[in-house]
Ligand binder design. Structure first.
Ligand SMILES: [Zn+2]
Length: 429
């Protein structure tokens, strides 16, 4: 079936969000996301369901916190479930029966999963970044989500609508067909007020025809990615256009008076522009990662210290580039299609080593884009050299010839002559 499913992301069963920034755990589940066009009555029903799920989640969280503070034992998942059944019969929470029981049970399941992740990350039995303690949900959260599992009997109707219990038949924009029966669907409302249905599909790991090439990837800010075969990939026009629009919207917002109607309007426009940037970036990441996995048998990428960089003055650019989402896409697509995927430790000195002869000649300031290796005399392009080193560190057989540059006495080299690093000075031909 190929790799045409451009917007699939692995499902995180532990987190009900429309999200690509998942951690390192993978399953052979994929998410298929579609935009919804709910009618006004659907929006009202969704609003009610989001609210009820939030109340159930927060009540259960409060119950656990209270028990903890009182020194009582941890409330088990089963106890929370029993409490929920009881509380639905009480007059002050009777309105909980107006939404699907599955939605409420899934809200509890989310809380339980969040606690498990938190405990597991405390004991170190969970890979990836440390997880925070579950937090109370708010109606002001940018993302509202509810989940229907198969036993909620949601249904894909022949007329293309999605039937959700106690919500109705919601129109779906089917951008492509679902490959098989989904096991669950999460409904998400984002900060721009858009609704999405995110279906989870269980898949067998499909494989692509064998491909021989291997590629090393160096992610950067100057170019989004530089490949060991010498290709440099900049962020595409549509992404830059979306970013320009976002900047303009933000400027507009900052000029509006606090508390005014116009400010609210401008804020919504900012949220929409943000959503557009996010979509454009995701599209770009999907296209590039799909092409890389399709064309190469093995892919190596530097495990970036994104968290470290995010605290520096480069933070905004680092966040904008969205590297971690991209690397995760590469990883799950590689798994899915039987390709080799390697992450190279972030302490591998990829820019300090000559990719031709392997001699390490120390760090170079960022402005040095090309330099000459003392040992073998080759002129090296900083980014391509790094990409080749990434591939080599992963044990991939790639040729280093593209890392070589012809020193030019004009153009790029001129600017570097102003640098303080003597090695960056190309000798006049
Ligand atoms: Zn060398």
């Amino acid at each position: 079936m190929g790799v045409q499913d451009e917007d699939t992301a692995p499902a995180r069963t532990d987190f009900p969000v429309f999200c690509y920034e998942f951690e390192y755990a993978f399953s052979m589940q994929l998410r298929y996301n579609y935009r919804l066009d709910p009618w006004p009555q659907h929006r009202i029903a969704f609003g009610k369901a989001f609210g009820c799920a939030r109340v159930v989640f927060n009540d259960a969280l409060a119950a656990r916190e209270t028990a903890h503070q009182a020194g009582l034992p941890y409330l088990t998942d089963a106890e929370l479930s029993t409490r929920l059944t009881a509380v639905k019969k009480s007059p002050e929470r009777a309105w909980l029966t107006e939404v699907s029981a599955v939605v409420l049970q899934q809200a509890l399941a989310d809380l339980n999963a969040a606690y498990r992740n938190f405990f597991d990350s405390l004991t170190g039995s969970r890979k990836g970044p440390k997880m925070a303690k579950p937090r109370f949900r708010s109606r002001k959260d940018h993302r509202q989500a509810i989940r229907f599992t198969a036993n909620a009997r949601f249904k894909l109707l022949p007329n293309g609508r999605l039937r959700l219990p106690k919500i109705g038949d919601v129109p779906v924009r089917w951008s492509r067909p679902l490959p098989s029966e989904p096991s669950s669907v999460t409904i998400v409302k984002d900060s721009a007020g858009r609704y999405f249905a995110s279906f989870v599909i269980e898949t067998d790991a499909g494989t692509l025809p064998e491909a021989t090439p291997a590629v090393g990837i160096d992610l950067g800010l100057r170019h989004f990615a530089v490949l060991s075969d010498g290709r440099k990939i900049a962020a595409p026009q549509f992404l830059r256009r979306a970013e320009k629009l976002l900047q303009r919207r933000q400027r507009d917002l900052s000029r509006k008076q606090e508390g005014s109607k116009n400010r609210d309007k401008a804020r919504l426009k900012v949220a929409r522009a943000h959503a557009r940037v996010g979509d454009a970036r995701r599209d770009f990441h999907h296209q590039l990662s799909t092409a890389l996995i399709r064309d190469n048998q093995a892919v190596a990428v530097e495990d970036l210290a994104v968290r470290g960089l995010a605290r520096t003055r480069l933070a905004k650019s680092v966040h904008d580039a969205g590297w971690s989402g991209f690397v995760n896409m590469l990883e799950y697509k590689a798994r899915r299609y039987g390709r080799e995927f390697c992450r190279i430790g972030r302490y591998t000195p990829t820019s300090q080593t000559c990719s031709l002869c392997g001699v390490k000649d120390g760090p170079k300031p960022l402005h040095v884009r090309t330099w000459q290796c003392d040992a073998c005399g080759a002129w090296l392009d900083r980014d391509i050299n790094a990409a080749v080193n990434v591939a080599k560190a992963a044990g991939l057989a790639v040729t280093a010839c593209r890392a070589r540059v012809r020193p030019s006495p004009c153009g790029m080299a001129r600017r570097e002559e102003a640098g303080t690093h003597p090695k960056s000075l190309p000798e006049a031909a």
